[in-house]
Design a protein around this ligand. Structure first.
Ligand SMILES: Nc1ncnc2c1ncn2[C@@H]1O[C@H](COP(=O)(O)OP(=O)(O)OP(=O)(O)O)[C@@H](O)[C@H]1O
Ligand SMILES: Nc1nc2c(ncn2[C@@H]2O[C@H](COP(=O)(O)O)[C@@H](O)[C@H]2O)c(=O)[nH]1
Length: 206
């Protein structure tokens, strides 16, 4: 699908720091808008319906799947998560930039629909640090942390299918890398548009 905006997808094993990086990027760059996903998991901590997620029952999620309402959806850590078409098509269709924080299965589905989407995978510096970040965050029960660490191994093996891989060891360095990828994509896209406009002009196509 061709569209005038930029679509960025950030994936990572749970606890690698993607939400923190995307939040910091958005504070520096207000052109990048997040998409709020739907999930069947329960809210945690201070999460609010419509802000972090649209929290849906299994029946509500089923109804959206049946209505073809998702660009992508997947089972992640035993719950379902999905990006609604409405969450991204409006904005990228009008030339805005959207950033998705989704798992690798969703990222692969997005790439099939939006071939120009830029896929970024975030890796933690080590297993020990991944575990310690999940524990320090203090938002998940120990068994949930164990499930996420078990799943992290499969998730990390998918990094090679992404356009860019960032190791989030020193937060500021990882943020710089992410910011650079976003800027580079904008420049590339603007250059492509200029080249296309020049071609039409030289051929006298209005
Ligand atoms: N470079 C870093 N150094 C140390 N701690 C970090 C770093 N990046 C993020 N963290 C911390 O690690 C924890 C996990 O980060 P975050 O919640 O952003 O991960 P996530 O990948 O979005 O996880 P999930 O997929 O479960 O939402 C948070 O407490 C965050 O403050
Ligand atoms: N395929 C999708 N994955 C998603 C989506 N929204 C979030 N996620 C991923 O789920 C896990 C767990 O998230 P958490 O908030 O419960 O910690 C994480 O890897 C997210 O990236 C989505 O819409 N589609």
């Amino acid at each position: 699908m061709d569209y005038p905006g930029n679509l960025f997808v950030v994936s990572a094993p749970s606890g690698a720091g993607k939400s923190s990086l995307v939040k910091a990027l958005r504070e520096l760059d207000t052109r990048v808008q997040p998409s709020v996903s739907h999930t069947t998991r329960a809210p945690r901590g201070q999460e609010k319906h419509g802000r972090e997620y649209f929290f849906a029952s299994d029946q509500e999620f089923d109804a959206m799947v049946a209505a073809n309402g998702f660009v992508e959806w997947a089972n992640v850590h035993g719950r379902r998560y999905g990006t609604s078409k409405r969450a991204i098509e409006d904005r990228v269709g009008k030339g805005g930039d959207v950033i998705l924080e989704i798992d690798f299965q969703g990222a692969m589905q997005v790439k099939k629909t939006f071939a120009n989407a830029v896929l970024v995978f975030i890796l933690p510096p080590s297993w020990e640090e991944l575990r310690s970040r999940l524990e320090r965050r203090g938002e998940d029960e120990p068994e949930v942390i164990e499930t996420r660490l078990v799943n992290a191994s499969d998730e990390m093996s998918q990094a090679c299918n992404f356009d860019f891989v960032i190791i989030n060891e020193v937060f500021e360095h990882a943020l710089f890398d992410l910011k650079t990828i976003v800027h580079a994509q904008r420049l590339k896209y603007a250059a492509q548009r200029r080249a296309r406009a020049d071609t039409f002009e030289s051929l006298h196509i209005p």
